[in-house]
Design a protein around this ligand. Structure first.
Ligand code: CP
Ligand code: NVA
Length: 309
């Protein structure tokens, strides 16, 4: 069975910890090299990653491309519109064909059922580059970023403000796997899918939902937000209005720990989910977080191809 990475639980807590450790080592070992140069051991030399995009992307596209290059391999991109997927060829047939041609597939799509369908027919690893349900690769990069900045994950307090979306689902999943707590400040009607919180709680994490933004961030080590309108969602004034009390401001950040870090997966909308003073301020780790997509994606690929446990 290939190692698919649709959600963080496909790898489990130990493998996620190994991914973070390996990313830190590889990142340190290549300081000073041009970004497109391969790591000394080029562990995926000769390997090709196919990337399918049915939604826009900057970071995921560039970071996976640079990741496979740095591992010694190469990538190719299929977009929904110009591949036969855009003319109705099935996911199943696409998975079967790509499995005969490449070594791994990364797909960004809308309905999570599509990526699950792909895993039923692919004989090479399938990696989730974001679906409407989850964004696990992003969260490996987020975990790497806060660990790099000195946070011990077990027992740490994370606060999420805003929409109960795909990125939040993966953070809650990570909390269960790596034993940290998440307080979610979210307006009524926009709660996350409860199955992620149920699983994390069963694994021992404290996952709390509150309508009070101040309560969510109080004493937090990490404050995270994301766009209020995700890709594929209609722009709705009603939703923006409901989200406004959850906008990350300096006043809210002041309620978190003085050492608290701010994360945002990007793209950001300054003046909506976060104000410029926070996202461009001293507590923000967003540029490290964005760069770490490369280092995290390398670990994900190594794990998926059986080079990391
Ligand atoms: N954070 C993230 O996934 O960015 P892109 O949409 O640019 O890939
Ligand atoms: N929640 C956002 C994340 C973008 C990287 C979206 O799905 O559009």
């Amino acid at each position: 069975m290939p190692r698919h990475f649709l959600n963080l639980s496909d790898a489990g807590g130990d493998a996620i910890a190994a991914m973070i450790a390996d990313a830190i080592d590889r990142k340190a070992a290549r300081i000073g090299k041009p970004r497109g140069a391969a790591d000394a051991d080029a562990p995926l030399a000769g390997h090709t990653l196919a990337m399918i995009f049915e939604k826009n992307s900057t970071r995921t596209r560039v970071s996976f491309d640079m990741a496979i290059r740095q591992l010694g391999g190469t990538s190719l991109i299929l977009d929904g519109a110009t591949s036969q997927l855009g003319r109705g060829e099935s996911i199943a047939d696409t998975a079967r064909v790509l499995s005969r041609m490449v070594d791994a597939i990364m797909i960004r799509t809308d309905d999570h059922a599509k990526i699950e369908e792909m895993t039923r027919h692919a004989t090479v690893p399938v990696v989730n580059g974001l679906t409407d349900l989850s964004h696990p690769c992003q969260i490996v990069a987020d975990l790497l970023t806060v660990v790099e900045h000195g946070l011990a994950l077990p027992g740490s307090q994370w606060a999420w403000l805003g929409d109960g979306n795909n990125v939040l689902h993966s953070i809650i999943e990570a909390a269960g796997l790596l034993k940290f707590d998440v307080r979610v400040g979210v307006p009524e009607g926009y709660d996350p899918d409860p199955t992620f919180a149920e699983a994390a709680r069963a694994a021992g994490a404290n996952i709390t939902l509150t309508r009070d933004a101040a309560e969510a961030v109080k004493g937090a080590d990490v404050v995270v937000t994301d766009t209020w309108i995700s890709m594929g969602q209609a722009h709705a004034e009603e939703k923006l209005a409901a989200m406004m009390p959850y906008q990350v401001t300096p006043a809210l950040m002041a309620l978190a720990k003085p050492t608290a870090k701010f994360l945002h997966c990007l793209p950001a909308h300054r003046g909506e989910e976060v104000v410029a003073d926070v996202i461009d301020g001293p507590q923000s780790l967003i540029w490290d977080e964005a760069e770490n997509r490369i280092h995290a994606q390398k670990s994900v690929l190594l794990w998926a191809l059986g080079r990391l446990d």
